[in-house]
Design a protein around this ligand. Structure first.
Ligand SMILES: *Cc1c(COP(=O)(O)O)cnc(C)c1O
Length: 337
């Protein structure tokens, strides 16, 4: 098998890094003091295996019971746990196409079947999307396109599913809505969240699952005993409790996103309206080679992401950085045209 290929993480400096959807801004100052405190007081002991204080903090933040929350080592860990818990060799995993390439890799590692089912022309999930699936993953907003399906529509698909239906909400904080409020209405609906993007903590590795307590109880059986460490738990609790800080940086990113979308349209690109912290654009009326643009930007030390999806075609995905970073990106892009 081909393993998962993460986005490039250059270890030499000097790049404007707009390729892996990290936050444009630093985490809350409260996170940094929580990390210092945790590192000073408690590294000698094992962490709380179920991260009780995080479950409480996330419960407060989302208005759900802590029993509905499971802490994970990044949301990729959440996706692994969900796959392990649901898929035997005979089972089928379903995900839309194009979307997050990790799902297929998880299916291969688990030794189960995998099917990528294309979105319809107008970006919806086709009827009977979950047919035959033991587990279905739907990133919402989707990556790399940034498109968004309404929670009501997600619920319809979850209700007709025979297995778990996972809304991968890694980018939900940048969108107009989310599915957490629906978890109590449908036991098959599971939500995964990440602190890597909106939480500005990709370096910490923390994500979580929101699901019916009965589902959480089963998932607990397959996780690593200490899947989250003391320092990351402390950081995640502090991030959950500082909603005001995160609302402000998210608001800024949405404003920059709007400007970025408009500028790309003015240049003649076909821009997909985004509800995430990145924008997906295709060559549109420019007739430009996107691979060439990608390489020309890289030469100018600006890193974005090039994808070529069979059937869908080529596209570029650019993370919404700070206003300055996006201005520099747009200037460099104009020079390459
Ligand atoms: C980034 C991303 C994740 C993984 O997030 P981590 O919490 O860093 O593991 C999961 N799903 C999607 C769609 C993503 O883009």
């Amino acid at each position: 098998m081909a393993g998962y290929t993460p986005g490039e993480q250059p270890q030499s400096g000097g790049f404007i890094k707009l390729n892996t959807n990290e936050n444009a801004y630093p985490p809350s100052p409260a996170v940094l003091s929580a990390i210092t405190r945790a590192a000073t007081d408690s590294l000698r002991r094992y962490p709380d295996p179920i991260a009780t204080c995080f479950r409480e903090a996330a419960g407060r933040r989302h208005g759900v019971s802590p029993d509905s929350i499971m802490a994970c080592n990044g949301s990729d860990d959440a996706l692994t746990i969900l796959t392990r818990a649901t898929c035997g060799a005979e089972d089928l995993m379903v995900a839309p196409y194009p979307s997050y390439p990790l799902y297929k890799v998880l299916a291969q590692l688990q030794g189960c079947r995998f099917e990528a089912r294309p979105f319809t022309e107008n970006g919806a999930l086709p009827a009977r999307f979950t047919a035959g699936a033991g587990i279905t993953f739907v990133p919402n907003p989707n990556s790399p396109t940034g498109t968004f399906l309404s929670p009501a529509n997600m619920l319809e698909h979850a209700e007709e599913a025979t297995g778990l239906f996972v809304a991968d909400e890694a980018y939900a904080d940048f969108a107009t809505d989310h599915c957490i409020g629906l978890v109590s209405r449908c036991e098959r609906l599971v939500v995964t969240r990440s602190l890597s993007k909106s939480g500005a903590l990709a370096g910490i590795r923390f994500g979580y699952i929101v699901a019916h307590p009965n589902v959480i109880q089963e998932l607990m059986k397959v996780k690593d005993s200490y899947n989250c460490d003391t320092v990351s738990i402390a950081a995640a609790v502090a991030a959950m409790d500082d909603a005001a800080y995160y609302e402000e940086i998210t608001r800024r990113i949405r404003t920059t996103r709007k400007r970025l979308e408009l500028s790309l349209k003015e240049l003649g690109f076909a821009v997909t309206p985004s509800q995430a912290n990145f924008v997906w654009f295709q060559s549109g009326m420019t007739g430009q080679s996107l691979k060439r643009i990608f390489l020309a930007l890289k030469e100018r030390k600006i890193l974005i992401r090039f994808f070529d999806f069979p059937q869908v075609g080529e596209g570029l995905r650019v993370t919404v950085g700070t206003d300055n970073e996006i201005s520099e990106f747009l200037d460099a892009l104009r020079e390459t045209l």
